[in-house]
Design a protein around this ligand. Structure first.
Ligand code: ZN
Length: 131
């Protein structure tokens, strides 16, 4: 069964730790060993796994993406958010995490981050676990 996590973003560009919500879906799935699928159904957002221990890592990722893909670069897309579309494709809208003993298997320093590139908005993230 596919569960939906609601994510309320507060800035135009930010990484939000959703690991706790993903863990709840895994716990409720009843699956002991398998794969947790995480999918972001948006064209200007993404999902990634990276370090949570130092919050500056998420800020560095945001700042680096901003430098790599500046907001105003003569894009063709008229909506004015082409940088957000490009960042979404660079980071990707899906990821997988192994599940073992009913728990996510993440490295000590790892967390699952929802990546907002055109906020603030109310977003969704789809999560399901397969054996
Ligand atoms: Zn657009």
């Amino acid at each position: 069964m596919i569960e939906e996590i609601e994510v309320r973003t507060r800035k135009r560009c930010e990484l939000i730790d959703i690991t706790g919500s993903v863990r709840k879906v895994v716990a409720g799935s009843g699956v002991s060993d398998g794969v947790c699928h995480i999918f972001v159904p948006h064209t200007t957002a993404a999902v990634t796994i990276n370090e949570k221990a130092d919050p500056n890592v998420a800020l560095d990722i945001e700042a680096t993406l901003e430098k790599l893909v500046p907001p105003d670069r003569g894009y063709l897309h008229m909506e004015g958010n082409s940088d957000a579309h490009v960042k979404s494709s660079l980071v990707g809208v899906s990821t997988l995490v192994p599940v073992q003993g009913g728990n996510l298997v993440l490295g000590t320093w790892q967390a699952v981050f929802f990546c907002e590139f055109d906020g603030p908005r109310n977003r969704r993230c789809l999560v399901w676990v397969s054996e």
